[in-house]
Each structure stands twice: as structure tokens, then as C-alpha cells.
Design a protein around this ligand. Structure first.
Ligand code: NAD
Length: 409
């Protein structure tokens, strides 16, 4: 599997080939400010002790405190976290929020742990990192396999260690622990607002056939929101495989089915398919919403979608990206498409610092404004340089970070 950090740097190089920028910034963005690896000893329920490897990468804070989620996954490693932290740097700049890029993780399959063990592990991560995170230093959030409950353990631990009661050190908290209205569906909803802003420009119809890989926070909420707005979700999948119905799936019933049976398979009226088959389905929009490196030079020729909406981070490798561009298949890049999550995380941080609580409507209205403005700015860069949306997005981010660096000099 290709190294996500190499992929991220290849994307940066491609943008730098189109337009050269301040060499200090270009050089700086090849390295994180800090990459931290920690070891967390946890008392397991059976009385034994296990050591877990964890990470925090603080990539760049030119625009504001480092910001980025924490991933619990057995395959998490420093290269993946570095790539994700770099993409956060670019993403926050595109979204127009005053935050830098960071990311964290723990190498663990949370399904192997009890709830109490997960709590001890999450508190352990904060104990090791409490001196480098903070509302004005570095503000973590949820990512793959981390939940509002896990964020509440973390914010509680941080408060115990430091006495900070603002809650602004972590976003994605439960509402009663200072979380924002609307943070749950924010990434999927943001993706929808981005899509609707660009849909006509890309030449897609008002009602599209949509395929979604991933049925977690981003995939499920994204699919639901697209369906609520009249698009037809014809296939979805999770790690075990997917289901397909060319007339559209009833997502609420499918979610109940998964809850009852533990899997998407054998859902009434639909056909079971593998993840590879799902990626190759004919559709208007393919929204990879699970992991990186799913569309590669090996399978890209089977893609029949008209547009790829990257709700996951890094799902299309640079080689596949070039091939899609040459075939006129537009890719709405992750750094724009999934920036709704960090945007509402920024709203949560802002509310915590001001001791305010905004209504869901306020949050969604503001999110729509930010997403529309980011999408139009990316589109304008793409047109200006006659390039892909991803390169346009990178050029916009580099320009914004470069401007702030000049001010800081
Ligand atoms: P999640 O843990 O809630 O869901 C992940 C989903 O992916 C699950 O349904 C899982 O079954 C599925 N999955 C795992 N392996 C798979 C495979 N090999 N094939 C198909 N499906 C598979 O995670 P999430 O928060 O929804 O994050 C998904 C992606 O979106 C990640 O790339 C993440 O970095 C990105 N993202 C998340 C947020 C957020 O707010 N949660 C924000 C921006 C970007």
C-alpha cells in the first residue's frame, strides 16, 4: 500500500509545479513542526498491562492553533498521521478558519477493548500529551473510531490535569459537555453543501445517483443528507462489504438492519456486493467515505462514476488522480469536500471560548456560508490555472498560508 505521506507530498509538488511560491513556505510544508510518538501503558480488565503506541503530529500553526482528529485503528502509523496533519493544514486554510493542521492516533483496534479499557486508553493519551495540547495550542477532535463519548473522557482528563474548564481543548464533545449542535453530521452536510455549490459547474443533473463507500459518521450522515435532498443512494458499504439497489436504498431501514444483524448484507430488495464492485458501479457520484488509498492505479480504470466526492481523507492516490483528470472525471478533493467537520469543530471551539451555545440552525447556516465560499474560491483557482480542483484547492491554501506568513515575518 502506498505511503499516505508520500502521496500528500506528491500532491504538494504538483501544485508547486503549477505555481511557484515563497520558497521558505514551500520547504517548510514538507516537514511537520513536531511529530510525537508516545507509549501508553493501560491496565486491562484481566489485571494485565498492555502498552499502546500513540501519536500527535503538529504540522503547521501559521493560521492558528493546530487542529485535527484522533484516529483509533490497528493500522495507524506515524506516516498516516503526518499525511492527515498536513491535509488538515491545507483544509483549514481552504475553509477559511483560523486554525493550523494537526492529527493524532493510537494503534489499536477498539473492537478488541472493553468500554472501560477504551476510557483508560483515551485518558492515557491525554496524560502523555497534556503539555502540548490546549485551547490555544492544539485542539484535537474525533476521527475514525473515536466518538463524542471518547472526547468527553479526554476533555475531562485535560480539565483534571490543567484546571482548564472552558472545554475548548477538544471538539466533537457531547452537547452536554460543551459540544456544538450539528457537529455529528457536519462533515457529511459540509460535503453536501460543497457538492451543491459545484454540481451545476461540473455538469451534473439536479438529481444524482450516488454510491457511498463507508457507513460510519461521514458515510452514513452524508448518504442520509444526499437522500433527504432528493438524490438516490444506490449503494453503500462498510468494512465487510456492501449492498446495491439501482432504484435506491432506504437508509433508515438499512441502518436498522445493520443494527439487528451486525452487517449490511442481505438487506431486503438489494444485492450484496464487494467493496471493489461498489467502486466500479455506474453512477453520477462516487463518495469514498472510509479510508485512504481506495482508488489506485490498479482499479482506477474500472471507475464509471462521473464525479468523485472525497468525503474520506486521501482515498484517491496521486497516480489515480492523474488518470481520472485525463478521463475528465472530476475529483472534488478531500481538503475541500470533508472540511465541514473541522469548520463546525472551529465553531465549537469558538462557542466554548465565548461561553456561548448556538442553535443548530445558526450552525448549519454558517456552515453553508463557509462551504459555499470555500468551494467558489477553489473553483476560481482551478479556472485561473486551468487545472484540477485539487491543484486549485492547494494553490488557494498555499496563497492564504503564504499571506499570513508574510504578515508574521
Ligand atoms: P467511522 O469510524 O465513523 O466510519 C468508518 C466507516 O468505514 C465504517 O462504516 C467502516 O465499516 C468503514 N470501513 C472501514 N474499512 C473499510 C473498507 N476497507 N471498505 C469499506 N468501508 C470500510 O469514521 P468516519 O469519522 O466516518 O471517517 C471516515 C473518513 O472520513 C476518514 O477518512 C476520516 O479521516 C474522514 N473524515 C472524518 C471526519 C469526521 O468528522 N468524522 C471529518 C473529516 C474527514
Amino acid at each position: 500500500m502506498s505511503n499516505p505521506f508520500d502521496n500528500a507530498m506528491a500532491q504538494l509538488e504538483k501544485a508547486l509545479q503549477i505555481k511557484s511560491i515563497n520558497t521558505n513556505l514551500a520547504q517548510k510544508l514538507h516537514y511537520p513542526d513536531r511529530d510525537i510518538r508516545i507509549h501508553i501503558p493501560i491496565s486491562m480488565d484481566d489485571g494485565s498491562t498492555r502498552i499502546f503506541e500513540g501519536y500527535r503530529v503538529q504540522y503547521d500553526n501559521t493560521l492558528g492553533p493546530y487542529k485535527g482528529g484522533i484516529r483509533y485503528h490497528q493500522d495507524a502509523d506515524i506516516n498516516e498521521v503526518k499525511a492527515l496533519a498536513f491535509w488538515m493544514t491545507i483544509k483549514c486554510a481552504i475553509a477559511g478558519i483560523p486554525m493550523g493542521g494537526g492529527k493524532g492516533g493510537i494503534k489499536v483496534n477498539p473492537k478488541d477493548l472493553s468500554e472501560k479499557e477504551i476510557e483508560r486508553l483515551s485518558r492515557g493519551w491525554v496524560q502523555k500529551l497534556s503539555d502540548v495540547i490546549g485551547p490555544h495550542k492544539d485542539v484535537p477532535a474525533p476521527d475514525v473510531n473515536t466518538t463524542p463519548l471518547i472526547m468527553s473522557y479526554m476533555v475531562d482528563e485535560y480539565e483534571k490535569i490543567t484546571g482548564d474548564t472552558s472545554g475548548a481543548v477538544i471538539t466533537g464533545k457531547p452537547i452536554d459537555k460543551g459540544g456544538s449542535e450539528g457537529r455529528g453530521p457536519a462533515t457529511g452536510l459540509g460535503g453536501f453543501y460543497v457538492f451543491e455549490t459545484l454540481r451545476g459547474k461540473i455538469g451534473l443533473p439536479e438529481k444524482c445517483k450516488v454510491v457511498v463507500q463507508g457507513f460510519g459518521n461521514v458515510g452514513f450522515n452524508g448518504a442520509k443528507i444526499f437522500a433527504q435532498h432528493g438524490h438516490s443512494i444506490i449503494a453503500v458499504s462498510d468494512s465487510k462489504g456492501g449492498v446495491y439497489n439501482e432504484n435506491g436504498l432506504d437508509l433508515e431501514k438499512l441502518a436498522d438492519h445493520k443494527k439487528n444483524t451486525g452487517s449490511l448484507a442481505d438487506f431486503e430488495g438489494s444485492k450484496n456486493i464487494s467493496n471493489e464492485e461498489l467502486l466500479a458501479l455506474p453512477c453520477d457520484v462516487l463518495a469514498p467515505s472510509a479510508f485512504e488509498n481506495v482508488i489506485t492505479k490498479e482499479n482506477v480504470h474500472s471507475i464509471q462514476a462521473k464525479v468523485i466526492l472525497e468525503l474520506a481523507n486521501g482515498p484517491v492516490t496521486p497516480e489515480a488522480d492523474d488518470i481520472l483528470f485525463s478521463k475528465n472525471i472530476a475529483v472534488i478533493p478531500d481538503v475541500l469536500a470533508n472540511s465541514g467537520g473541522v469548520t463546525v469543530s472551529f465553531f465549537e471551539w469558538d462557542q466554548n471560548l465565548k461561553n456561548e451555545h448556538w442553535t443548530e440552525k445558526d450552525v448549519f447556516d454558517k456552515l453553508q456560508e463557509y462551504m459555499q465560499s470555500a468551494s467558489l474560491a477553489v473553483w476560481q483557482k482551478k479556472e485561473e490555472y486551468n487545472t484540477s480542483l485539487r491543484v486549485g484547492a492547494f494553490l488557494l491554501a498555499l496563497e492564504r498560508i503564504g499571506e499570513k506568513m508574510k504578515v508574521l515575518k
